[in-house]
Design a protein around this ligand. Structure first.
Ligand code: SF4
Length: 445
């Protein structure tokens, strides 16, 4: 964890000489704590203090980048055990295992299916990040061919899987522009695989059969100049893996144990696709930096992406849409007006049901600081005054023939006050968004 301004101040010379551009050492310390200025602006910091300050300013879990360009995956750099303490920053990378033993047509089919796994949810684009090509055939030509295909046929980042450094080198030479993750260095191939990662400047996974062995190998990798490592504790069961991943994270964050200061990678084991989805969801929650799955069915992948999206949304800043009036379909002066909050999940649920109804409508999203209907109402963020003001702000009176609006059924209690406040007739809509299509269709009769 970072040091406070006061802790940093204690390590400074305290002469207030102003050479750093600040009037006092304390002012300089506060700027360092806020990460607004570099330590080297003070020429008088002792070597001993420098070591302490520099190691304190290093992230407890290194940031690791797989791939290049906009689609690159960044994992690690997390600072808390629990999301509610702050937030989680770098979402788990989700990838698919593709073996080089597949026939050419099956390989094409699988890669095409993977490339299609792109979704939009609550206004955000969500998609997987990786294709993990396994050199299961142990044949160089097959492995290189599969790796090249995965690189060319998908926009995703690559993981190259083999214990044989010569095979990894061959596939890496063919795909090095994608900056793939090498999986994995272990106690038997350690020097060869780690020097490959160094030579090509790519991240490398370290796999061990126990936490002690993992810590030794990670330390060895760090002393050979590797900073972008991903850890695999080789846990034999899901239960043991969750324990190990939790332990690794706790040691990195709470004990500043540097050998475990890296993100992690896990592979699902279950043969049943539904169990596999549950396994992957548990690994996303606790605390795998990368999860590689076998199934590519969209009905299993979409829930995983949703779980990840929810876990990695800042709890202090719920997903929000811009407060505004939205036209759904070709609205006319007879179109209904629905009012809801600007919490993304609420807004997009209402929007999709209005679309499903095929009744062109206006939806006004009220600025409720991203809260859902009942929460916003209870917190005084979704009030008759706000709704009346929005009707005026968006000149809704000029857009429709009848001054009528529909409010969510959960806040029926505000209808009287809203009518007084706005002068509009208030209709109470359904409580659940799923009832909106039938409500809108019946209201038109
Ligand atoms: Fe203090 Fe160093 Fe700044 Fe001088 S240069 S005021 S010693 S922090």
């Amino acid at each position: 964890m970072g040091l406070s301004g006061l802790e940093i101040y204690k390590l400074l010379p305290k002469t207030n000489c102003k050479e750093c551009g600040f009037p006092t050492c304390l002012a300089f310390a506060m700027q360092i704590a806020a990460k607004k200025i570099a330590l080297d602006k003070c020429p008088y910091v002792s070597a001993e203090a420098k070591v302490k300050l520099e190691s304190a300013s290093r992230p407890p879990i290194n940031l690791v980048t797989v791939g290049t360009g906009e689609a690159k995956l960044q994992i690690g750099n997390e600072t808390v055990m629990f999301r509610h303490e702050e937030t989680f920053y770098h979402p788990t990378g989700i990838g698919f295992l593709v073996e080089d033993t597949l026939s050419e047509s099956d390989l094409d089919k699988k890669l095409d299916a993977i490339e299609k796994l792109k979704f939009e949810r609550v206004g955000q684009k969500i998609n997987p990040d990786l294709v993990a090509v396994a050199g299961s055939s142990k044949k160089k030509d097959n492995f290189v061919k599969a790796a090249k295909k995965a690189s060319e046929k998908t926009s995703l980042n690559l993981v190259l899987i083999s214990e044989d450094a010569a095979l990894l080198r061959a596939a890496l030479e063919a795909t090095k522009d994608k900056k793939p993750l090498l999986y994995a260095a272990n106690k038997d191939n350690f020097d060869a695989v780690v020097s490959l990662a160094r030579e090509f400047s790519v991240p490398v996974a370290i796999r061990a059969s126990s936490l002690d062995e993992l810590s030794e190998l990670a330390q060895k990798a760090a002393s050979s100049g590797i900073s972008e490592a991903v850890l695999d504790p080789g846990s034999p069961s899901l239960r043991k893996r969750i324990e190990d991943l939790t332990y690794i994270r706790r040691m990195a964050l709470k004990k500043s144990f540097r050998p475990f200061g890296y993100p992690t990678i896990s592979f699902t084991q279950s043969a049943d696709p539904f169990e596999e989805a549950g396994e992957a969801a548990s690994l996303i929650a606790k605390y795998s930096g990368i999860v590689i799955v076998k199934s590519v069915e969209s009905f299993l992948v979409m829930p995983l992406l949703t779980v990840r999206q929810n876990i990695y949304t800042d709890p202090q800043k719920p997903l929000q849409v811009e407060p505004n009036v939205y036209e759904i379909g070709s609205v006319t002066k007879d179109s209904p007006i629905l009012v809801t909050t600007n919490f993304s999940l609420t807004y997009y649920t209402v929007e999709s049901e209005v679309e499903a109804s095929k009744v062109p409508s206006y939806i006004i999203s009220i600025d409720s600081e991203g809260m859902s209907v009942l929460t916003a109402w209870a917190a005084d963020k979704f009030t008759p005054e706000k709704i009346a003001a929005a009707l005026k702000q968006y000149s809704m009176g000029d857009r429709v023939n009848k001054k009528e609006l529909v409010i969510p059924g959960y806040v029926a209690v505000m209808s009287g006050k809203l009518e007084d406040e706005s002068g509009w007739k208030v209709n109470v809509g359904p409580r659940e968004a799923s009832a909106i299509p039938s409500y809108l269709k019946n209201a038109r009769r």
